[in-house]
Design a binder for this molecule. Sequence first.
Ligand SMILES: [Fe+2]
Length: 237
Amino acid sequence: MLIDFHSHFLPQIDDGSRSIEESVQILDVMTKSGVDLIVATPHFYCTEQSSDKFLERRTKAYERLKPHLKEEHPEIRFGAEVLYDHSLVNYEKLPDLCIDGTSWLLLEMPYCDLSDKIIDGVAAITDRGDVKVYVAHIERYLNFTPMKKLEKLMQLDLIGQINAKSLTTFKTRRQCMKLINNGYVHLLGSDYHRIGRGDITVDKGYEIIGKKHPNFEKFAEKNGKKILNDAPLGDVL
Ligand SMILES: [Fe+2]
């Protein structure tokens, strides 16, 4: 089962798909690549809008797209890519932003040096007990923070996702492989935004990783199924 845990294909809700037509095109690409299930994760910024408003907008975007969906398109689940903010520690409605039917939250880190205050804040989120965290595209933060600090983050009670596209260039592939070797990567996502942006589907990412880690796709699939069923991940944390 091929699952994409990070995407922006819902129309006109964030910086992803610009139209219903583009959303359908993206889903066509997913279908061709054999993606069985895709989690829609539009950006959510708690300092800019309420979670209720966001969920209303997400439902509206889906309702507009729904009549255009094809039978062969992947199954759709709903989540959000939530940008970290210190206020999330006590944000009452945080569980509403998890993948529907689960307690898994896609958390995007700020694009800066990861301070102890930020890492402590993420630790406090994981300690809340009502959400479990998967961190978005962990390889990207290495442009802003040293590996040591990223490692400190990843040693918390959370898991990591990388973008398939990051496996296509030498420098970022090397970083991704290091993160995989260190056990920080549990899932792939396409982070698909728009047609023509160079985003790639997760199958291609698994293919690249598979050359060095033939069992990784099975490992990620196992994690993915557990996440969607909100079952304990077992010993991967
Ligand atoms: Fe994203």
